[in-house]
Design a protein around this ligand. Structure first.
Ligand code: HEC
Length: 87
């Protein structure tokens, strides 16, 4: 479960601002974001079957939304995030 723990730390550093400390979409910055940050505790993002899609979304971001791409994260860091978000 080392990946999950590393993912939690990366999430707190880069994602919690928008997505919330608990990944439920209730971050401090969500006010005014359109569309609002996704609740990542809900399917499909929380489902391990969706791991590859979650990886792709984090790497590339979501066009025409405030969800940024993350070119500065390594593949390993993104897989750690996926491990943290999926169950
Ligand atoms: C600037 C605010 C912001 C930050 C920072 C941010 N996100 Fe997002 N994220 C969003 C928004 C807004 C959406 C909703 C996009 C949509 O509805 O299509 C989103 C959607 C997502 C989705 C679901 C995509 C979808 O199509 O619904 C995932 C997975 C995700 N973010 C992961 C992350 C991770 C992991 C990080 C940190 C590396 C992160 N986000 C950082 C704003 C942010």
């Amino acid at each position: 479960m080392a990946a999950r723990k590393a993912g939690a730390a990366i999430f707190a550093a880069h994602c919690a601002l928008c997505h919330g400390d608990d990944a439920d979409g209730r971050g401090r910055r969500r006010e005014g974001l359109n569309p609002p940050p996704a609740d990542l505790t809900l399917p499909p993002w929380s489902e391990s079957a969706h791991a590859a899609g979650t990886f792709r979304v984090i790497r590339r971001g979501v066009a025409r939304t405030p969800m940024p791409a993350w070119p500065m994260l390594t593949d390993e860091q993104i897989w750690d995030l996926v491990a943290y978000l999926t169950r």
